[in-house]
Design a protein around this ligand. Sequence first.
Ligand code: SF4
Length: 329
Amino acid sequence: MTNVINITKESGIPLIGLAFIGIIARNSNNLIQVRTTTLCNMNCQFCSTDAGIISKFHKTQYIVDLEYMLEYLRELANYFDKDLKIHIDSVGEPTAYPKLINLIKGIRKIKNYKDISMVTNGTLLTKEKIKELEEAGLTRINLSIHSLNILKSQELFGSTIYNIKKIIDTIKEIKKTKIDIYLAPVYIPNVNENDVDDIIELAKELDCKIIIQKYEHHKYGRKIKIKEPTYFNFYNKLKELEKKHNIKLRYAYSELETEKVKSLPVKFKKNEKVSVEIKAPGWFENQSIAVSRNRALTIINHKYNKNENMKVRILSTKDNVYLTEPVKQ
Ligand code: SF4
């Protein structure tokens, strides 16, 4: 049975420091990633994070309290004091977060946040929900879509309730609003090559932008048995598709419209030994979530033991995400 942990202010777990939940403010750019839940209603064959209903690695899931998240976002806005963008991307499905509309409304009230985008598989969106998202102030949706074929799309999403006809209606509904929409297929060689052609044509027909993503093997993700394409081959494929369909598919970094901002202070040094307090089980079974210096840290190779105090060694601090291991006594 899945254990769902509510991350509230009272839980004592800071929202900065973990890769899979909370907030990621990558060094020096003004795009803030917001991850409110690890839950997902699909089970994609190629999910890079092994999210979804039948997960091999994750027996614990997380959901962040709305007010706690907004409190952090207000503090970040004051710290950066610049125009910021929010991307609700979650390692799960953002629309599975029950307070999504209130989250967007709350972010809209914070003056620095200009754009609010979201990635979604689209399955939980209804006509009413799309209207609510527009009124709340969502500016963009990246919609994952990998085939227009009924059975193939169900296979790729790992779910017989996935309904591509409904998804196409959903795209049409979004097009009636002020929300910008990008179709976001994952290109998987020998699996959905022709499907990507169909999706490009759909994007043209419905006047949507399209961003094709490269399929990648991830150590703890679900994998499709194919040879992973190289970036060289992938970009050549995009070039070929651009020519074939007369459409723009490659975007330069500058076109992503992020700006440089000052970094968040990094609270630890690599290899430093730090005293921490254990707060919750980690996303993987042999991991725990600990706290120190107002940051959350993941301890690998550690069996969860509530309120234990221990010493860990910092393995990585990249992007203010802290990975540690126990210090052997
Ligand atoms: S919809 Fe996204 S998060 Fe959910 S299983 Fe598929 S790839 Fe993973």
